[in-house]
Design a protein around this ligand. Structure first.
Ligand code: NAD
Ligand code: GLY
Length: 362
C-alpha cells in the first residue's frame, strides 16, 4: 500500500492506495472522531460493497447509518442532497458523525457537500470506487451539486479527513467508465508530468487490462500530481485551473448533447484534442505533438473528435465556464507536451477553427 499526503496544514490528510484498503479498520479508526458514521452510497454499489464495510464497522463497535441514493448524475441535485440531510437528522447524527462517501464522483461530490453543510460542518471520508474518482474527484475538496443552469454550480471547498483508494473496487467497474477515467489520468501527463506520459505510452495495454501494479502506479502518480496542485492553489486562484485541460470544450460537449450522452471523460478526451489543436494554432506545439496525443487517447478507446455541434454553439456553451473573467474565455492550453498554461490569447476565430478541425463535421 502507498500513502500520500495532501499537505494542507491543519487540514492535511492522507490518501491510502492499495488492494483491500476498504477493509483497513486499523487505518479508518484513525480518522473517525466518534464511533458513529453515516455511509452514503448508491443503489448500484450498495449490494456489492456496503454489507462488508458496515459489518466491519459494526463489529468494531461503530454505530452505522446507511444512506442509499439513486444512481446517476441527474440525482446530484438539491432534492437528493435534502434527502441526505433528512436521513442524517432522522437518525440523530451528531456533528461528530463522520460521513463516508462510498462511490464514484457523484456520491463523493454530494456527500462532501452534505458534510460541509450538515450542522455547519461534519467530518467526511472519501472511498472512491471509479477510476475517475480515485485519480481526481476524491482528492482536493471540491464538493458540489448541479443546478438546472449548470453543472457543479452550488458547492464548497471542503477537504475530507482521509481518502481510501481500494484498487480492487475497479474490478467491477464497467469498461466504458474505466476508459473514461483514463482521460483524467492522461491529463496529468499532458499538463505537468512528461515522464508519466511516457510511462503511459509504454504501459497502456497493462493499464487497460487493469494489471494491479500498473493501476497502483498510475493512481499513485495521478494523486501525487493532484495533491501537489491542490496544495499550491486550494481555491483555484491560479494553477489549479490547469487541471481543467480539455474541460471547457468538454463541458460544452456534455451540455450540448445533453448530460449523460457522453461520459465526462469522453468529452474531456475530445476537448483535449481541441485544446491541442488550438495550442498548435497558437504556435506552442507542432502537428507531431498533436498526433502523439491523438494516438494515446485513440489507443485508450476514447473519442478524439467532438460531436457535430455548430462552432458558435460550442462558443456559447463555453462562455458558461467558471474560468470566464470579464466576459473573456480563458482556456487551458499546452505550452508544450508536459506543460499546460491558462491563456486568454486565443481569438474566437482561432477557437472556432480548432473546434472545426476536431469535430465530426471537420
Ligand atoms: P459516477 O459517480 O456517476 O459513477 C459512474 C457509474 O459507475 C455509476 O453508475 C456508479 O454507480 C458506477 N460505479 C461506481 N463505482 C463502481 C464500481 N466499483 N463497480 C461498478 N460500478 C461502479 O461517475 P464518476 O465518473 O465517478 O464521477 C463523475 C462525477 O464526478 C461528476 O458529477 C463530476 O462533476 C464529478 N467530478 C468531480 C471532481 C471534483 O474535483 N470534485 C472532479 C471530476 C469530476
Ligand atoms: N477536477 C479539477 C479540480 O479538482 O480542480
Amino acid at each position: 500500500m502507498d500513502t500520500l499526503k495532501v499537505a494542507l496544514g491543519d487540514r492535511a490528510y492522507p490518501i491510502y492506495i492499495g488492494q483491500g484498503t476498504l477493509c483497513r479498520f486499523d487505518l479508518l479508526r484513525l480518522h473517525i472522531a466518534q464511533p458513529s458514521v453515516a455511509v452514503v452510497t448508491n443503489t448500484t454499489l450498495a449490494p456489492r460493497y456496503l454489507p462488508s464495510l458496515t459489518a466491519m464497522l459494526r463489529a468494531e463497535g461503530v454505530e452505522v447509518a446507511e444512506i442509499v441514493l439513486p444512481d446517476g448524475e441527474e440525482y446530484k441535485d438539491w432534492k437528493t442532497l435534502n434527502a441526505v440531510f433528512d436521513s442524517l437528522l432522522e437518525r440523530g447524527c451528531e456533528r461528530g458523525t463522520t460521513l463516508i462517501a462510498l462511490g464514484g464522483g457523484v456520491i463523493g461530490d454530494i456527500t462532501g457537500f452534505a458534510a460541509a453543510c450538515y450542522l455547519r460542518g461534519a467530518p467526511f471520508i472519501q472511498i472512491p470506487t471509479t477510476l475517475l474518482a480515485q485519480v481526481d474527484s476524491s482528492v482536493g475538496g471540491k464538493t458540489a451539486i448541479n443546478h438546472p443552469r449548470g453543472k457543479n454550480m452550488i458547492g464548497a471547498f471542503y477537504q475530507p479527513k482521509a481518502v481510501f483508494i481500494d484498487t480492487d473496487a475497479l474490478g467491477t467497474l464497467p469498461e466504458r467508465e474505466f476508459r473514461a477515467g483514463m482521460a483524467e489520468v492522461i491529463k496529468y501527463g499532458l499538463i505537468r508530468d512528461l515522464p508519466f506520459l511516457e510511462w503511459l505510452e509504454e504501459n497502456l495495454e497493462r493499464l487497460l487490462a487493469r494489471d494491479t501494479d500498473a493501476l497502483q502506479h498510475a493512481i499513485r502518480r495521478s494523486c501525487a500530481n493532484k495533491a501537489e496542485v491542490v496544495v499550491s492553489d486550494e481555491r483555484e486562484l491560479g494553477d489549479r485551473a490547469l487541471l481543467n485541460l480539455g474541460h471547457t470544450f468538454g463541458h460544452a460537449i456534455e451540455a450540448g448533447l445533453g448530460y449523460g450522452t457522453w461520459l465526462h471523460g469522453e468529452a474531456v478526451a475530445a476537448g483535449t484534442m481541441m485544446a491541442a489543436e488550438l495550442s498548435r494554432e497558437l504556435g506552442n506545439i507542432d502537428s507531431q505533438d498533436v498526433a502523439r496525443i491523438e494516438k494515446l487517447l485513440g489507443r485508450t478507446g476514447l473519442p478524439v473528435r467532438g460531436p457535430r455541434l455548430a462552432p458558435e454553439r460550442y462558443l456559447e456553451l463555453m462562455r458558461h465556464d467558471k474560468k470566464v473573467r470579464d466576459g473573456k474565455l480563458r482556456l487551458v492550453l499546452l505550452e508544450r507536451v508536459g506543460k499546460a498554461t491558462v491563456t486568454d490569447r486565443a481569438s474566437d476565430q482561432q477557437i472556432v477553427k480548432a473546434i472545426d478541425m476536431r469535430s465530426e463535421n471537420a
